[in-house]
Design a protein around this ligand. Structure first.
Ligand code: SF4
Ligand code: SF4
Length: 159
């Protein structure tokens, strides 16, 4: 969690996404890990038809749902997208729960978001109840053949 002293009160309601500091921007991520899953984009441009699989990037720790080497990830996964405001319009394949997508579309943060609960345990429970998060239910791409991907499409991530 970010140092909350660096966050303006309710910044996500008061400022647009392009007015946020880098700390505020990072604080929006709930760490669900869904954007680290392999997916099929049936349309190259928005509006996307997207189907997620439960197959995760090789750097994702599938037990925690967190990137195992976030600081150096581009050295190992050059194609990993750094989410920035200018890319967001072309990233509507993100899950419906993703705060960046929600705010971009004028929706509120999910009520379980840490910025709202200020309670990591409550957020953890809220995410679990909402079916959000890949921890414990994904498999690393290193264990799966590419031709098995279509068989691994899941419905628990919705865009
Ligand atoms: S989908 Fe959105 S909220 Fe979830 S990890 Fe990716 S950027 Fe963060
Ligand atoms: S490098 Fe890390 S952040 Fe990027 S897709 Fe892989 S696990 Fe996710």
């Amino acid at each position: 969690m970010s140092d909350t002293r660096q966050l303006r009160p309710e910044f996500w309601k008061k400022y647009s996404l392009d007015e946020l500091s880098s700390v505020e921007w990072e604080a929006l991520c709930d760490g669900c890990g869904a954007c680290c899953l392999e997916k099929f984009l049936d349309e190259p441009e928005a509006p996307y038809e997207v189907e997620y699989t439960d197959v995760a990037c090789k750097l994702l720790d599938c037990s925690t749902g967190y990137c195992s080497n976030y600081a150096n990830r581009h050295k190992f996964v050059p194609e990993c997208v750094s989410l920035t405001y200018d890319k967001l319009a072309n990233m509507m394949w993100l899950p419906e729960s993703c705060s960046y997508k929600r705010l971009y579309l004028g929706k509120p943060l999910p009520k379980w978001h840490l910025l709202i609960t200020n309670d990591a345990v409550a957020t953890q429970h809220g995410m679990k109840n909402a079916g959000v998060g890949v921890a414990g239910r994904c498999i690393s791409e290193v264990s799966v053949n590419e031709d098995e991907l279509e068989d691994r499409i899941v419905r628990w991530v919705k865009a």
